[in-house]
Design a protein around this ligand. Structure first.
Ligand SMILES: Cc1cc2nc3c(=O)[nH]c(=O)nc-3n(C[C@H](O)[C@H](O)[C@H](O)COP(=O)(O)OP(=O)(O)OC[C@H]3O[C@@H](n4cnc5c(N)ncnc54)[C@H](O)[C@@H]3O)c2cc1C
Length: 389
């Protein structure tokens, strides 16, 4: 039996691939089954040196709140990307789903490109709620793969946090849950995300993990287009993007913008706001420890953010934003990764029968949406697993 720990982007893919091949699969997930419409209730935020790191703890992991951005990042995974794109229904937003704010920004530069999305636009109502959980079931989430895996015989145990891997000699033989229950299997694939997977490994006696941690730090720069009812808060976010060396720009509404603008003493309402996300490929200088996460901004990261902010401001002003109203949100990161990359690439077991497939195996810096790459890599890892365990 294959024991898959975690049911997010990587865990769901591994489980689906193995179950489709008739393999016996058990998925252990610490979170609960969630109605995707209420996905915002599943956020877990960890703050380190003023950087807020976002993740979701539930069936489907952090895929329940993605914006559906689905980009290719690794040429060697071509066939796996093709398969994943087909299954996720990756496509570009049609013009009918490009909102007023995004249209204003489109006029500022010919460099904007449409963002490929894993969204079914026949169902999407451009409500701008992707990061709170899709109200219309238009967005792909890993729950789709989990349901498929279950239809092929996989078993799912929600609310079953794994504490450690049981190791005998140099081989993984099972896992122990936090409640003390032990479950034996032929192989263990850790997919608990870049914060929890290294912690499970440390508790299992594998200490040399946790470094190389990155989060793709982002901020949103925004201001007011006076007397224009854009309703940017209710349109498809990140529908277009510009990719620069080290950072990405994309139209983004943040709930933190309005309070910041009001605190400057400016009369404003959210319907006049226009914003751009600046997301950088931060240096993988972070470290995940058993009880803490250490992640700080480096001089290089700071300079990249400043460059991105300046360009975002120029584009916003070009679109009609009053420069005196421009504010910036605090530092956040929603792509935790890299924390096991020093010990495995995912294809090589850490010990006999012990694998890692989640974002912790990615080598940073990235600065780009990683979900499609995690899925493509997990597909490849699943195919290397078959026949070995
Ligand atoms: C708000 C937001 C928006 C995003 N938007 C995009 C986007 O548009 N495009 C994109 O490419 N990426 C996006 N991402 C990032 C993407 O969702 C993640 O990179 C991806 O889901 C990571 O996959 P993973 O398998 O490593 O971890 P996750 O998907 O987070 O899955 C980890 C799973 O492990 C479970 N778990 C944790 N500890 C344990 C334990 N001890 N035992 C059992 N289970 C455990 C968790 O509950 C979770 O289900 C976004 C993320 C957020 C938070």
């Amino acid at each position: 039996m294959f024991i898959v720990v975690g049911s997010g982007a990587s865990g769901a893919t591994i489980a689906k691939e193995l179950a489709s091949l008739g393999k016996e699969v058990l998925i252990l997930e610490c979170g609960s089954i969630v109605d995707v419409k209420k996905a915002a209730t599943t956020y877990r935020t960890i703050t380190s040196h003023d950087i807020e790191i976002l993740q979701n703890i539930c069936i489907g992991g952090s895929t329940v709140t993605t914006l559906g951005n689905s980009l290719r990042l690794d040429n060697e995974l071509k066939d796996y990307y093709l398969e994943a794109e087909k299954e996720l229904g990756v496509n570009e937003p049609p013009d009918s789903h490009i909102g007023n704010g995004t249209r204003l920004l489109l006029e500022t530069s010919s460099e904007w490109k449409k963002m490929p999305k894993s969204i079914d636009f026949s169902k999407c109502r451009s409500c701008g709620k992707c990061a709170f959980g899709c109200p219309y079931d238009a967005k792909w989430t890993a729950i789709h793969y989990i349901n498929y895996a279950i239809s092929k015989g996989a078993k799912l145990l929600p609310e079953s946090p794994v504490d450690k891997v049981i190791i005998k000699g140099e081989k993984a033989i099972g896992v122990r849950l936090i409640n003390g229950r032990e479950i034996m299997g032929d192989a263990v694939i850790l997919c608990a995300g870049a914060i929890d997977t290294p912690r499970i490994l440390i508790k299992s006696g594998i200490e040399d993990v946790g470094s190389g941690f990155f989060v793709d730090i982002f901020i949103t720069v925004g201001g007011i287009v006076e007397n224009k009812k854009l309703c940017f808060d209710r349109e498809l976010n990140m529908a277009i993007f510009i990719n620069r060396e080290g950072y990405l720009l994309s139209p983004h509404y943040s709930i933190f913008l309005l309070p910041k603008i009001l605190s400057k003493g400016i009369r404003a309402n959210k319907e006049e706001i226009l914003g751009i996300m600046v997301k950088i490929a931060d240096e993988p200088n972070g470290i995940v420890k058993l009880d803490s996460v250490e992640k700080s901004i480096t001089r290089r990261d700071f300079d990249l953010l400043e460059r991105g902010k300046k360009e975002a401001e120029e584009l916003l002003i070009h679109s009609g934003v009053n420069p005196n109203t421009i504010v910036y949100t605090h530092l956040r990161g929603a792509h935790p990764g890299g924390s096991c990359s020093s010990i495995t690439d995912g294809y090589t077991p850490i010990l006999e029968s012990l694998y890692v497939a989640d974002a912790s195996i990615l080598k940073g810096p990235l600065g780009m949406p990683p979900m499609l790459t995690i899925i493509a890599k997990s597909k490849k890892i699943a195919s290397t697993l078959v026949g070995r365990a």
